[in-house]
Design a protein around this ligand. Sequence first.
Ligand code: AMP
Length: 206
Amino acid sequence: GKGTQAPRIKDEYCLCHLSTGDMLREAVKAGTEMGVKAKAIMDAGKLVGDDVVAGIVAEAINGPACAKGFILDGFPRTVNQAKILDSLLKKQNVGIDKVINLHIDDELLIKRVTGRLIHPASGRAYNIFFNPPKVAGKDDITGEPLIHRGDDTEEKLRTRLQEFHNKTTPVLEYYNSKVANIKADDKMDNITENIRHALDAEEKKK
Ligand code: AMP
């Protein structure tokens, strides 16, 4: 998914990687006022307020790592967020070059996410349907127990998908010809290669 691909792409293209999901999770962990408010919304699988996420992005985009450009991961998720972003970027005389839409069938995504098992110490990920551990519930290398992430339940994922189809799909229409549709039900390396193609084609137009 996007969280796997963005770190691969950012080094190659000298960009910074700004994930609103990661930044929100950090705020939750740090227990800031914003984090406390965001936690309940995120746990429910709903979208955090537009002003909150736009504020985080506005601040992060000015960081030194973003001087040559940025990858926005998971933002904008609503048309209103896209409009806020536009006015923000206009002031800085920059714009969005390309929008990458990693698309996957809902039912397949549900299987992938609900089947996901994590070894917390290493971050190693398994999937009970697609990539099961050698011994059920145990990490292949250390033999330690695997965990199921709290937000990886079918019920929460269905709410997230509903939010996605209602509020995020219109963002693709908003960006229109800037969108590259890439199949996310594929090998990680193939997806990376398809993203490179989309970015390089854009670069040639300049
Ligand atoms: P992600 O890691 O991108 O899947 O985001 C995890 C959760 O953070 C989402 O389900 C939302 O609750 C919240 N979130 C992340 N990005 C946004 C955004 N751009 N707008 C609203 N909520 C967001």
